[in-house]
Design a protein around this ligand. Structure first.
Ligand SMILES: [Zn+2]
Length: 439
């Protein structure tokens, strides 16, 4: 099966690759030609004159299970937000509410141009999340959050160290490289304060042995940083290094509060940071210094975090904020619109070790694509990157493909019934709030 996208402006997101006019041919799951394309006679033709075609956006920090919590965990600082709202709500999830939350999140991600995610999950129902990921067509690495300790966490959310490791090992066996490699497993030790040292060390060893990703949080708020220092005697990143968690397989969300030694440790261990600007600003956690990290040689990718702290899952919005915040800290060229799009695509792919498969428009790469209609973006002036990042980004999303499969066409999801997903989510939220005991 072939699809040709005709008459577009292609944003390759390769090193030095400039936007150029042309067509793009998809054969099966991959990009098979770029430029002036001779399409096979039976190819499906999408006439997209003047539209922008770019690699699908990659979000390396998402909580699908929190999509239902949007608007019900407001105006709290990080640790209060977790203890009073998020953990009790996660503890109240059942399989139906997990599925409804994941589907609502994936629908929003696809409609706003995200084609790949790294998801944190919660401590249960990992199989249900995996099934929804497979069914939706999105590309994902997912984990079941690991928590074997944690002040203020509901007992039903906590697990023993052994049970946590066994559950992740089983999910890894069942789901790694599922759906033709589109879905994979990633260990998800939640953060230093919800994991014992024993758990972190075991995860580090298992991830190395099996060569799989580790997804965690670090250095998000000043309060959390202070507690980690008091409990462990080390700065948060130093603790990740000491337990073996910091490595080239690890993606750590936030990195807002880092000293120079920690930045050097991230670089030396090749640990990636996911910048989550909306979440950091909304929870009042602070501003991650992305330009400093990148200048120091730390790989930075982007994520919306969860709907409970953003409250949207729109990667274009995160790219815009990333650029604005970097300019505020370091001036106009600290993170240009094109830089922000590189972070949102190619750098995300690198953080997930998927750079050979996705993140750029190149022949042979997987056809994970977004087509944007510039008529829906603020215009008419500006180069494509500027227009996308500052002109409304996701408003322009017209078509989305993952693995060569169209998932959104003319703004309409093809594999999901949006009205049904939203209705089920509202119903699941009512039941969930009934089960949750919120202080
Ligand atoms: Zn998070």
């Amino acid at each position: 099966m072939s699809i040709v996208i005709r008459g577009a402006t292609l944003l390759p997101m390769t090193d030095g690759g400039r936007p150029t006019g042309g067509d793009l041919l998809v054969t099966g799951s991959r990009i098979s030609a770029l430029g002036a394309v001779d399409a096979p006679a039976d190819a499906e033709v999408l006439e997209r004159p003047g539209c922008y075609v770019m690699p699908g956006l990659v979000q390396t920090h998402v909580h699908l299970v929190q999509t239902l919590f949007r608007g019900v965990a407001e105006d709290l600082t990080l640790l209060e937000w977790l203890r009073r709202r998020i953990w009790p709500l996660e503890a109240a999830h059942d399989e139906a509410s997990i599925r409804a939350s994941a589907r609502l999140g994936i629908l929003e991600l696809l409609l706003t141009g995200t084609t790949t995610i790294l998801d944190m999950g919660t401590t249960r129902h990992g199989d249900a999340v995996a099934e929804e990921l497979v069914r939706s067509g999105i590309r994902a690495r997912f984990g079941q959050a690991m928590m074997d300790t944690g002040e203020g966490a509901p007992p039903s959310l906590l697990e023993t160290t052994r049970a946590s490791l066994d559950a992740s090992a089983a999910l890894h066996r069942r789901w790694h490289r599922a759906a033709g490699g589109r879905i994979g497993y990633a260990y998800a030790p939640r953060f230093a304060l919800s994991c014992t040292r024993e758990l972190l060390e075991a995860v580090a060893a298992l991830a190395k042995m099996n060569d799989i990703l580790v997804h965690t949080h670090t250095s998000e708020s000043a309060e959390e940083r202070g507690i980690v220092e008091r409990v462990t005697g080390l700065a948060p990143v130093a603790y990740l290094v000491e337990t073996g968690i910091a490595s080239e397989r690890t993606v750590a969300a936030h990195g807002v509060h880092l000293d120079d030694a920690e930045v050097a440790m991230l670089r030396d261990t090749r640990t990636a940071i996911t910048h989550c600007p909306s979440s950091n600003l909304k929870l009042g956690s602070g501003v991650a210094d992305v330009a400093r990290l990148r200048r120091s040689g730390v790989l930075v990718a982007l994520g919306a975090d969860g709907a409970a702290c953003n409250n949207r899952l729109d990667a274009f919005e995160e790219a815009r904020l990333a650029s604005l915040l970097a300019r505020t800290l370091h001036g106009q060229t600290a993170l240009t619109a094109m830089d922000a799009l590189v972070v949102a695509t190619r750098e995300g792919a690198r953080a997930m070790h998927l750079e050979g498969e996705i993140g750029t428009l190149e022949v042979g790469k997987r056809a994970d694509l977004v087509v944007l209609d510039p008529v829906r973006l603020a215009g008419p002036g500006g180069d494509p990157a500027t227009r996308i990042v500052f002109g409304g980004g996701s408003r322009g999303v017209r078509d989305v493909l993952v693995d060569g499969t169209p998932l959104v066409r003319d703004g309409v999801p093809l594999l999901m019934d949006a009205a049904e997903v939203r209705a089920k989510a509202a119903e699941a939220l009512r039941a969930l709030l009934g089960r949750a005991s919120l202080a």
